[in-house]
Design a protein around this ligand. Structure first.
Ligand code: ZN
Length: 330
């Protein structure tokens, strides 16, 4: 009992210290043993899951953006900043997604906190915006190529940050996390590499499942609520069309809605994918007006507390997504 109280006291005072921005941050474990747990903060759900898989028993990973919170519009509070400053490692996806990271990095003691941009080594695709570059004509391959190149050349900020929804890019992120952790903690490098390899094997199986499901499909176009599946589409030769653009809260114009209605009719779209955790009103309207069924596709931007308690994770949700996608891609 005494020990528990003491522990709580230490946590509380270190929070207080961090919150006041005063003094050196204290570690929650005993440095004398030389075996303290690494404190890792991960920004949003997939970063949390990937970091946990790599870190294993060597550390505690906490989620910065709370369960059920939309990460696109997130800004860190003073309390979040204190949690980040107190961490040994901060894992995030991309400067193009966590756009507030510049500010965080400026205010961080880099000797204490290692900042890992998991998607650092990934060549980013251009954002597909509201989907206009997928406008399909008879000769659509050529047109799509052209407009893709065009965006690449002229729009430096218009990159698609949703790399994690592609299992192959997820592997790159896991490997990047392991590599950078191993550089900071060389004595634990072998463990991180081993953990990463075991998880990568599962991601490779997921990738194989996706490949097998789509390689002979005739209808390769799918319609989603917000454009979070561009890398997945690119990886498996599919075409993503989106109601909103790159951010889930973007409201389509009436003209865009009319265009989507035509798109659904012209392409024989059989399923409209929506997200449980975001505003799905437009998807519902479109479904009502076209008589096309709705199905859930989870962009993994956050999992609810219930989903996490039920043991759902990146792999299980991606398997659910695959089942859902097979409803229209076949
Ligand atoms: Zn998104």
């Amino acid at each position: 009992m005494k020990k528990v109280l003491l522990g709580a006291g230490i946590v509380f005072s270190s929070l207080l210290l961090a919150a006041c921005g005063g003094g050196k941050t204290t570690s929650s474990s005993n440095p004398a043993t030389g075996d303290e747990k690494i404190k890792v903060v991960a920004t949003f759900y997939p970063m949390y899951d990937f970091a946990k898989e790599v870190v294993g028993d060597e550390g505690e990973v906490s989620l910065l953006i709370p369960a059920g919170t939309e990460p696109h519009d997130y800004e860190p509070s003073a309390k979040d900043m204190a949690a980040i400053s107190d961490a040994d490692v901060l894992v995030y996806n991309l400067d193009e997604f966590e756009t507030w990271m510049d500010n965080v990095k400026d205010n961080l003691n880099k000797d204490k906190t290692l900042v890992i941009e998991a998607g650092d080594e990934i060549d980013l695709l251009a954002a597909s915006g509201d989907g206009h570059d997928h406008e399909e004509e008879e000769d659509h391959d050529h047109e799509a190529e052209e407009s893709h190149d065009h965006e690449d050349e002229h729009d430096h900020d218009g990159k698609d940050p949703h790399v994690w929804t592609d299992p192959v890019m997820a592997i790159k992120e896991v490997q990047e996390i392991a590599k950078e952790l191993g550089e900071k903690y060389p004595e634990k490098k072998a463990t991180f590499d081993q953990n990463a390899a075991a998880y990568v094997a599962k991601l490779e199986k997921l990738d194989a499942d996706y490949q097998a499901a789509f390689k002979d499909a005739k209808n390769k176009t799918f319609l989603v609520q917000h454009a979070a599946f561009g890398y997945l589409a690119h990886q498996y030769g599919l075409t993503q069309e989106s109601i909103a653009g790159i951010s889930p809260d973007q409201e389509p114009t009436p003209a865009r809605l009319a265009e989507l209605k035509h798109f659904v009719e012209d392409h024989g779209v059989s399923v409209i994918y929506f997200e449980e955790n975001a505003n799905s009103k437009v998807a519902e309207t479109l479904s009502n007006e076209t008589g096309v069924k709705l199905s859930v596709l989870n962009p993994l931007e956050s999992l609810t507390n219930e989903q996490m308690k039920a043991g759902e994770n990146y792999l299980s949700v991606m398997e659910d997504n695959l089942k859902a996608l097979k409803e229209s891609i076949k």
